[in-house]
Ligand binder design. Structure first.
Ligand code: NDP
Length: 315
């Protein structure tokens, strides 16, 4: 049978390119989990993804009710779940004031981390029941959350601190909207959310890999400077960022190539190692990359997991 993969945020950028790459193999059925149903349908058609290879389902990660509803709707489809790709993200680098999710969490961490945290926890049982040979949960990470890299050292740097803001609920009412308890900074909130994504992947690995055989992995697909992720940035940045990445840093990767990379992490038989953060070298060969000190801190991963459980109502 075909593999069944859920990809969040498959209506544009990396998610769409990955859906296309997997659909073209004829071996996958893609559940495109998207906040804008019509946009996703149009994007799938425009990308030339064959009708029988995908299903669009509504999911708004900025609402925990929507996450729970999505899981119920997925169950009604009656399909097994073999691979889950947590890909969707928002990036608000120029925001002066924080925005919030339906439950009142700062929007970047609320969407990128907490929404995906609840989704992946609720779908774990489905994955356990699947008889697929290589079951995987993939959480897209980023170089920008890794302060052991050049890109990760561009201020404001990721830093979860002692997690006091996260413990306080990130709501800006009785505390800070930032995980470390500091003042709101949209670019930092995104980087912090990516650190949470990478810590969550490793904590999943420690808690569930042996028992379930599921591969948990993260990746940095390269700098896909053309995606909608930068839509909130100032126009001059959007103009100069792609050529800067292409010719100066040489970290640029096309959406198509990035989609091929994530598709490898979904289905390549040689990428089954669990607890790993994948990157690609200049020849587009995958290798196991090192995470920064904070992004590989096991104690912090456990704390983020436990606090997140409380925030999303799992504990
Ligand atoms: P895009 O903005 O093109 O894609 C992000 C997707 O997330 C969109 O489909 C968007 O939906 C969706 N999304 C946003 N908010 C929600 C929500 N509340 N509920 C459901 N879906 C939502 O950016 P990219 O493709 O670049 O980003 C994809 C992933 O790649 C992210 O995890 C990002 O952190 C990561 N990444 C990107 C890099 C880059 O250089 N671009 C580098 C490293 C990592 P909609 O279409 O409706 O807007």
């Amino acid at each position: 049978r075909k593999g069944n993969v859920i990809i969040t945020g498959a209506s544009s950028g990396l998610g769409l390119a990955t859906a296309k790459a997997l659909a073209d193999t004829g071996k996958w059925h893609i559940i495109m989990a998207c906040r804008n149903f019509l946009k996703a349908e149009r994007a799938a058609k425009a990308a030339g993804i064959a009708k029988e290879n995908y299903t669009v389902m509504h999911l708004d990660l900025a609402s925990l009710d929507s996450v729970r509803q999505f899981v119920e709707n997925f169950h009604r489809l009656g399909r097994p779940l073999d691979v889950l790709v947590c890909n969707a993200a928002v990036y608000l680098p120029t925001a002066k004031e924080p925005s919030f999710t339906a439950e009142g969490f700062e929007l970047s961490v609320g969407t990128n981390h907490l929404g995906h945290f609840l989704l992946s926890r609720l779908l774990l049982d489905d994955m356990k029941q699947s008889d697929f040979t290589s079951k995987r949960v993939i959480i897209v990470g980023s170089i920008t959350g890794n302060t052991n890299t050049l890109a990760g050292n561009v201020p404001p740097k990721a830093n979860l601190g002692d997690l006091r803001g996260l413990s306080g609920g990130l709501n800006g009412l009785n505390g800070s909207p930032m995980i470390d308890g500091g003042d709101f900074d949209g670019a930092k909130a995104y980087k912090d959310s990516k650190v949470c994504n990478m810590l969550t992947m490793q904590e999943f690995h420690r808690r569930y890999h042996e028992e379930t055989g599921i591969t948990f992995a993260s990746l940095y697909p390269g700098c896909i400077a053309t995606t909608g992720l930068f839509r909130e940035h100032i126009p001059l940045f959007r103009l100069l960022f792609p050529p800067f990445q292409k010719y100066i840093t040489k970290g640029y990767v096309s959406e198509e190539e990035a989609g091929e990379r994530l598709a490898q992490v979904v289905s390549d038989p040689s990428l089954t190692k669990s607890g790993v953060y994948w990157s690609w070298n200049k020849n587009s060969a995958s290798f196991e990359n090192q995470l920064s000190k904070e992004a590989s801190d096991a104690e912090k991963a456990r704390k983020v997991w436990e606090i997140s459980e409380k925030l999303v109502g799992l504990a």
